[in-house]
Write a protein that binds this ligand. Structure first.
Ligand code: DAT
Ligand code: MG
Length: 173
């Protein structure tokens, strides 16, 4: 009898382990910009990612320097709005986060909505909560390579927390 009990437990443990591995496949960098923080939208935005079923694996409040903002938006350095964008991102506290889950990079962008809030669908974060492109409250990595680079820019590896969340067995089969 004890032997049977043991094998059932280890099978369940293995199944859970595999589930966790599947959920851990993808991570994305999400930031609430200074306008989102100042407008009191932190819990609203975090809540949308939480309710979807994604897992928060890192979070901190940080006022980036303008140089750091320029590094983050490096790919936009030739755009006319670049300087203003870097001034804005470094103008106050930003909530930097890493979210994890199946498809989180692409679907995170869907939750966020189009770059211009004027084009964002109702129901998306930008569609529901802001008006102008230069004050669009949230950033999300736009692909797997960007996600890795941005997570590496904003966080040290030891700031990312790997853990099993109770609801994972209800989110992933
Ligand atoms: P996204 O944030 O959706 O990935 P992006 O990478 O093209 O969009 O641009 C980064 C940020 O730059 C964007 O969130 C807001 C700002 N931005 C983009 N286009 C702009 C414009 N035409 N005028 C002012 N700011 C702009
Ligand atoms: Mg972008």
């Amino acid at each position: 009898m004890p032997q049977i009990h043991f094998s059932v437990c280890s099978a369940a443990y293995m199944a859970l382990d595999q589930t966790v591995e599947a959920a851990e496949l993808e991570r994305t960098f999400i930031a609430i910009k200074p306008d989102g923080v100042q407008r009191g939208l932190i819990s609203e935005i975090v809540g949308r990612f939480e309710r979807k079923g994604y897992k928060l694996v890192a979070i901190k409040l940080i006022v980036p320097t303008k140089e750091f903002a320029a590094q983050h938006y490096d790919d936009l350095s030739s755009r006319p709005f670049f300087d203003g964008l870097c001034d804005f991102l470094s103008s106050g506290p930003v909530v930097a986060m890493v979210w994890e889950g199946q498809g989180v990079i692409k679907y995170g962008r869907k939750l966020i909505g189009a770059t211009s809030p004027q084009a964002s669908e109702p129901g998306t974060i930008r569609g529901d909560l802001c008006v102008q492109v230069s004050r669009n409250i949230i950033h999300g990595s736009d692909g797997p390579e960007t996600a890795v680079n941005e997570i590496g820019l904003w966080f040290k590896p030891e700031e990312l927390v790997s853990y099993t969340k109770n609801d994972e067995k209800w989110l992933y089969e």
